[in-house]
Design a protein around this ligand. Sequence first.
Ligand code: NAD
Length: 493
Amino acid sequence: MTQSTAESGTEAQTNGSHAAPGAGIDASKAEIERIFKLQRAHQYTVAKTTARERNDKLKRLETVFLAHREDIRTALYDDFRKHPSEVDLTEVFPVTSEIKHARRHLSKWMRPRRVATPMALLGARSYVHYEPKGVVLIIAPWNFPINLTFGPLVTALAAGNCVMIKPSEHTPHASAVTRRIIEEVFDENEVAVIEGGIETSTALLAQPFNHTFFTGAPEIGKIIMEAASKHLGSVTLELGGKSPTIIDETAQVDAAAHRVAWAKYTNNGQICLAPDYVFVHESKKDEFLQKLTKNIEKFYGIDARRSDSYARIVNDRHYHRLNGYLEEAKQKGATVAYGGRTDASEDYIEPTVLTDVDPTSKVMTDEIFGPLLPVYTFKTLDEPLAVINAKEKPLALYIYSRSRANQQRIIQNTRAGGTCINHSAVHFFNNHLPFGGSNNSGIGKGHGFFGFEAFSNPRGVLKQVTPFTALDLLTAPYNALKQKLIDISIKFF
Ligand code: NAD
């Protein structure tokens, strides 16, 4: 791949051996409008489906999805040399687990939820009825192209919506498998895959979708939100940011080093939840660095380039971005404590640990999204807290500590989309937890019930069951007695 095509950001992937089947297919505006209209017309039929029918639909999706497991593994290898076991763990398992969770809980989620009715409305009953938003759009990124497409899809279907999906153009093999699976399970009037790049995405955003579920970069999130605002469509924005890790003086360094290495270098660091930078207590620095190195070598050997477990940077553009960060950090005085070797011909960057990083370096001002890990030391918790709070709210914040007081202090004095204590990134795998960011790292939540809720309108329903209501007594014309009753209501209800 040439530099110029790479910089354009529109190239098909280079790391794999197969041709990119979906590359270059850009859905036309007319095609988008046609499918959108079809889905709009069909939405009430889908919305009326029972829990059992939605359950069966999700089961069928799971069956076909798993029947394509080998294709998914091949696609991800072709897109960025991701190891099949890593594909199973980070792309297949989260989807099947989301399906199982939704199937298990769906009838409870769909059931009207009775809520209390205040005394002032005596004689009425109230409940929340979850109705589907209607026709929704899912825009997915490339870093977990299967997981982050099918995951939201499951909860959108559980909620009873029609769905249009725009996979990332940067992982064309994954995009093609996605299309195949969807076309095998659904008619286009219920779920359709629209392949293409930014132009296609822009054409989709012009349609008045009832909800847009976007996963990607904060800067693009702003474009999505602006487009949705034109027709007051709601949004869920699953964005990124710089997720810090704090390892205090009480931490179990063995576990911290192992789990930071795992979350940082899996998928070659191209994870929205990857530990972006680490603050380790100065008393634990040497032990942490030594054990981090040991774990990296345990995972990928002494030369990660030869490991078939180590993925590649997705394309030249991102390789050059990361290599630029590394070079700039070194120029500004950073020490390469581990790794640092790169190879442009393979979009390869070794698992790398940096110390003495100037905080004005890009590696500390931008989301890294690659296998570079700046490590800082601290004496008191005030130091990491000040650095973290001077930045945008991260998607995640990780705490390694055996001190409850420190855990509480960090949680209470920082803001983040989610947190793991004594682990990294695994809160993603718990469908009982809301997943998402906060402000710059995201708006709204996904997974399990929270995903179902994102794709639903909780419609408040009040049903009057007695012939008379207290409010019937309070209509005009007003008089002293009615005023008295209003005064009593204000005082007591
Ligand atoms: P991206 O924002 O560049 O692209 C995501 C999607 O948006 C793609 O489908 C793309 O075609 C579309 N898009 C890109 N530019 C657009 C534009 N101008 N107008 C309309 N649509 C546009 O993100 P990416 O590079 O695919 O993924 C990396 C980012 O995603 C990182 O910031 C990462 O942290 C974030 N991310 C977040 C999560 C999460 O769950 N919060 C998960 C994965 C990735």
